[in-house]
Ligand binder design. Structure first.
Ligand code: S3P
Length: 419
């Protein structure tokens, strides 16, 4: 931004939740009848899911926030490769959907996605009986699903994508599935299944799905705003010098609100008002004011509840008093970019002491005006995190803009937050 506004004001509504958007599209494609979805994210990742589902025979209207209609049906063998673009969620969850289908399909994606690990999903899906041909740990790969057997699985990673892929496999293959994970990851798939009246339970940390005889009913749902996108606006408000910002209609599912929990520990106050329910998901409006933060330790257990917010939290930590440590963030190496190394390198390029040691990330807060050029490696969340750092008074942060994946109007909304 050309000028450096320091007063935050107004009301802003971030776009629909990316995770929920993928899941409702896939569920609607499997349901019997026509489903209607309001507030769907229109970002490129969700369009990748829609494109792939259309190739599999689903009838999906144009992807727009005002409303999308999806007519589900029996899925059909695709005529060509399924291109998942940049979207790890599309690739991994669709693998689960395909595990229960008696046809062959090949999945691929862009250069970033082709490098991302898929074995975390293909290993348990093979145990269920899916036939998967893969070269190495990534895309492209070919899956032929069909008659599956039930699975009880302990995942070595806390990953909602792994958990959701297995739940979708249970759903399409009509077999029971029980999953344990080292720490609880986001539970949107579980909530959606429960909301649709399907049998899903949690006992002693294990999630169990029991198949039922009937079909999935068509549904109408409103997708709340994405807390991971809201995080950038909340951060901009905290870094401002005065004013107050209202971030509207944000999902506050406890498996997603680690960012707010940690911010409160660091000395900010994010007030939740108008708490309500949308399709089985808790939603609130958030009131945020500027605050001086202090460093903290973010524990391994908290990481899955803020995994996509580590870049923006690290940016905030660079403006806090004292050191912040993020424990066990090795998973960040296999996101859209090697986020762990790029967060540290970019903060250093801005004049902050930051370092990845083993799987931990250390950031030392300072008050120097941030200056420098950011390497985003086309990673949307790195671009947005460092754009927020650029709103600090007399900052000079240069970066390439690649935000359409999860927040197409990010720069417009960020500008609107400043009076
Ligand atoms: C997601 C889960 C997380 C997250 C990603 C979306 C999901 O990935 O980083 O942006 O929708 O299930 P992992 O499951 O790999 O942790």
């Amino acid at each position: 931004m050309a000028s450096k506004p320091q007063r935050i004001a107004g009301v802003v509504r971030p776009p629909g939740d990316k995770s929920i958007s993928h899941r409702v599209l896939m569920m609607a494609a499997l349901a019997r009848g026509t489903s209607e979805i309001a507030g769907l994210l229109t970002g490129d990742d969700v369009k990748s899911s829609a494109r792939v589902l259309r190739q599999l025979g689903a009838d999906i209207s144009r992807i727009q926030e005002s409303g999308v209609r999806i007519s589900g049906s029996r899925l059909l063998a695709p005529g060509s490769r399924l291109n998942c673009g940049n979207s790890g969620t599309t690739a991994r969850l669709v693998l689960g959907v395909l595990a229960g289908q008696k046809f062959r399909a090949t999945l691929t994606g862009d250069a970033s996605l082709r490098r991302r690990p898929m074995r975390r999903v293909t290993v348990p899906l093979k145990q269920m009986g899916a036939d998967i041909k893969e070269k190495g740990d990534g895309l492209p790969l070919t899956i032929r699903g069909g008659t599956l057997r039930g699975l009880t699985y302990t995942s070595p990673v806390a990953s909602a994508q792994v958990k959701s892929a297995l739940l979708f496999a249970g759903l399409t293959g009509r077999v029971p599935v029980t999953i344990r994970e080292p720490y609880r990851s986001r539970d949107h798939t579980e909530r959606l299944l429960a909301h649709l009246g399907l049998e899903i339970h949690e006992r002693d940390g294990a999630i169990s799905y029991q198949p039922s005889a009937g079909s999935i009913p068509a549904f109408q749902i409103a997708v709340p705003a994405d807390p991971s996108s809201a995080a950038f606006l909340i951060a901009a408000a905290i870094l401002a010098q005065e004013g107050e910002l209202v971030v509207e209609n944000v999902g506050v599912n406890p498996t997603r609100t680690g960012f707010i929990v940690v911010l409160e520990r660091m000395g900010a106050h994010v007030e939740r008002v108008n708490l309500r329910d949308a399709g089985g998901e808790p939603v609130a409006d958030l009131l945020v004011r500027p605050a001086q933060l202090r460093g903290t330790e973010v524990t391994a257990r908290e990481i899955p509840t803020l995994v996509d917010e580590v870049p923006i939290l690290a940016v905030l930590a660079s403006r806090a008093r004292g050191e912040t440590v993020f424990r066990e963030v090795g998973e960040l190496r296999v996101k859209e970019s090697n986020r762990l190394e790029l967060i540290a390198a970019n903060l250093r390029a801005m004049g902050t002491r930051a370092e990845a040691r083993g799987n931990d990330l250390f950031v030392e807060g300072n008050e120097k005006p941030p200056r420098g050029r950011v390497t985003t490696a086309s990673d949307h969340r790195l671009a947005m995190a460092f754009a927020v750092l650029g709103t600090v008074g007399s900052a000079d942060v240069q970066l390439s803009k690649s935000v359409a994946i999860s927040y197409p109007n990010f720069f417009r909304d960020l500008k609107r937050c400043f009076a």
